[in-house]
Design a protein around this ligand. Sequence first.
Ligand code: 5AD
Length: 392
Amino acid sequence: MCYAIPGKVVGIKDNIVTVDYFGEKKKAKNDFYSLERGEYVYAQGGFVVQKVSIQEAESILDTWKELFFQLQKTDLKLAQNPKTLYQRANYIRNKYLGNACCIHGIIEFSNYCRCDCLYCGIRKSNSELLRYRMEPDEIVNGAVEAAKNLGFKALVLQSGEDLWYDDDKLVEIINKIREKAALLLVLSIGERDVKTYKKLYKTGARGVLLRFETSNASLYQKLRPKHKLEDRIELLKKLREVGYLIFTGFLIGLPGQTKEDIDNDIKLTASLGTDMFSFGPFLPHPQTPLGKYPAPSLDAVLSIIANTRLANPEAKILVTTALETLDKENGMKFGLLAGGNSLMINLTPQKYQRLYDIYPDRVGIEEDISRRIDSTIKLLHSLGRAPADLGL
Ligand code: 5AD
């Protein structure tokens, strides 16, 4: 199984290559391979992840060819004659980015956290939560399995802010993964020194997922005691300078958040040069101070996805696990039809999944991974989405 279609390199300018997918051209950054025109690559998230032999690529493309055009047709049909807000957003997504859909795996490797965010179930004050840490080799094995057996090309490594994983451990994990597997590695490990992030970039990590949570500085400070919004924004800007692809965004429906805040959240996400918009509903966790506040409605979240799409036609917008959790039946589908074009699939070993309890009753928990992958692929097929790269 594969979450990317190989593409042919048809242009090279410094470390930016143009990749052709059945006539559709996308740009991708190439940091790791020496490439010539006519060679084939897998790219994901606008990044060249792997080189593929011409023979292998041509045989894979042969199996994709018919399906690829069929998917394009399905998507186009679903995007025609837009009337509602969601349909207009879907139309714009199709018009600017076609039917490509990025699929990322995520491994949540530790639920220890030094932060005490009021909304988060793994906050350090939650003494009822059983804590776990995956050993470095367990993380490496999970990542290699994701790439080699499950076919993922992009993987998020996420944890609470857990300093047990010091620079040496993180470098070791990334080095070992890169020795054994070709993956776009995205770190979601919270606020660390820029020095640490620079080291990890040098080791081969290329993405950072770090939400700013809310653009309202006083709300931020209330929800994240002892933390300041400006520090997080500063860090995001520095990480972008280092070269990281930036995945960031905000929470929807936080107590005290206004509509104006959300408009500013969307603008801030865009102004940071975000490569992947990642925003989702706040879901109340009973073991937190915000446990009694309501979650936002599905429509509120979908409208924000749609408005974000209309304001940012070329954005990559993630349909988050929290949205899928808000509506287990249709969250993913509706998100993809309201402007979303990226997904995450949880690859955390089953025995830990329930413990990564940032919010309750997460979708897909303890479900068989191959079943979950199959149902996701089926949904993507029904919507006409292809795992081609979205480009830079
Ligand atoms: N509901 C939804 N999302 C949450 N997060 C943390 N707690 C919650 C919650 N209760 C999100 C934050 C964080 C990400 C890892 O998880 O946005 O950045």
